[in-house]
Write a protein that binds this ligand. Structure first.
Ligand code: C2E
Ligand code: CA
Ligand code: CA
Length: 397
């Protein structure tokens, strides 16, 4: 980390001239500075700056040479800020903030009449490329926001079956975005952006409400069938870490199921193992959900880094073994040993086990033999929209 250093200039002394290399900026501690340009030998004053003000910052932001000159109007003391110091801060800034800074910078340079050739060509190209990426991202965010307003999201449902009977005991609710320009967009492509922005909060709320509404009608449907073997199917809903920090989150958990007459025990909250890496506050939130009556599932189990320690630190009701293990089950004996160990630990801790991504009958049989409680995957059914879910239920009463 580079240090800020002090430097003194005598009255009338030049701090830098137009076209000098610019590798630092200056904060004025005492004295005044005149910024000026020179056209055909004629000096034109641009501004006068005093204590607390900064100058020479433009060159260190876009790697160009100085676009004006600076002269001490009085005896001057400045603190010098190196390019690395600035760069480190810019690197961690939000991409949109970086874009705004560079747009402002360009406008200022245009106003000063700076020739673009002073900025290295490579730097210009890099900047253009990252601009277009950031602009794409801003557009994507705007579209996502519109999707929320236009209600272009859909909830799909994928069966979760009993490992013994292969009968659906519940479903996982999975979001889809039906975009006019992009077609049906899968959540991996937009939930990340929704999470980076605060859009995940209203989207998550929409999912939760839609899930309760759908579960109500699935249960009504089963109740209307005299030959149905069960009425108490559950719905698993994915919750992103960011939703917990929304002040209305727990209020939502309290009120929406009530509105649809849904028992908390029929709504499983799925939380990915990865969010636990973000801090202990999640342990508290998970316990709060459980104390309200919601079963909590640890999703993508085995993809985090210290999965076993999580199980000793707090209580969950279910773990979902990640698809990556299931996929290897038939070929790799090691995968079977790991899955077996996970299941035996879970059993010992009274935690139910769901295996995800079951695509073949053979995988299903192995998982049943190993003692999995529930199975989920294309072998039993892909995620489908509401109507098809009713059809599935009808066939699997
Ligand atoms: P996830 O929670 O792990 O969901 C399981 C994903 O695996 C789903 O992808 C599902 O379609 C897919 N899948 C299920 N069975 C199989 C199979 O047999 N083979 C293969 N190859 N894939 C299978 P999907 O629907 O694209 O969702 C991706 C991820 O997006 C989800 O992973 C979840 O993390 C997130 N997501 C989806 N809906 C929501 C939501 O409403 N809220 C939040 N916060 N995240 C969501
Ligand atoms: Ca999930
Ligand atoms: Ca998963």
């Amino acid at each position: 980390m580079s240090q800020t250093t002090l430097k003194k200039y005598k009255k009338g002394e030049i701090v830098f001239r137009t076209h000098d290399e610019g590798d630092c900026a200056y904060i004025i501690d005492s004295g005044r500075v005149q910024i000026f340009t020179e056209n055909f030998g004629v000096e034109v004053a641009v501004s006068t700056l005093g204590p607390g003000e900064i100058f020479g910052e433009m060159a260190i932001l876009d790697h160009s040479t100085r676009s004006a000159s600076a002269r001490a109007l009085e005896d001057l003391q400045v603190s010098i800020v190196s390019r690395t110091q600035f760069q480190q801060r810019m690197d961690i800034a939000d991409p949109i903030v970086r874009l705004l800074v560079s747009i402002l910078l360009k406008r200022m340079r245009d106003n000063l009449g700076v020739d673009k050739h002073q900025i290295s060509e490579k730097h210009q190209l890099d900047a253009q490329e990252s601009h277009s990426k950031v602009i794409d991202k801003i557009k994507f965010e705007a579209e996502l926001f519109e999707a929320l307003m236009d209600q272009s999201f859909l909830l799909y449902f994928q069966p979760i079956v009993c490992a013994e009977t292969f009968k659906a005991m519940g479903f996982e609710a999975l979001i889809r975005w039906q975009s006019e320009s992009r077609g049906m967009v899968r959540p991996d492509l937009f939930m990340g952006v929704a999470e980076e922005t605060s859009l995940i909060v209203p989207i998550g709320k929409w999912v939760f409400e839609k899930a309760c509404e759908s579960l109500r009608s699935f249960q009504n449907f089963l109740a209307s069938k005299s030959n149905a073997t069960r009425q108490d199917i559950f719905l698993a809903v994915n919750i992103s870490g960011k939703q917990f920090s929304d002040i209305n989150f727990f209020h939502m958990l309290e009120t929406i199921p009530q509105k649809y007459g849904i028992k908390e025990s029929h709504l499983k909250l799925e939380i990915t193992e990865k969010i636990l890496l973000e801090g202990n506050i999640f342990f508290y939130w998970i316990e709060k959900c459980r104390s309200m009556g919601f079963p909590v599932s640890l999703d993508d189990f085995g993809t985090g880094y210290s999965m076993l320690s999580y199980l000793s630190d707090f209580n969950v009701d279910t773990i979902k073994i990640d698809q990556s293990f299931v996929r290897k089950l038939e070929q790799e004996p090691k995968a079977r040993i790991i899955v077996q160990a996970i299941i035996s630990i879970a059993k010992g801790l009274n935690v139910e086990v769901v295996a995800e991504g079951v695509e073949t009958e053979k995988q299903a049989i192995i998982l049943r033999e190993l003692g999995c409680n529930y199975l989920q995957g294309y072998f039993f059914g892909r995620p489908v929209p509401y109507q098809e879910t009713l059809t599935y239920l009808e066939k699997n009463l």
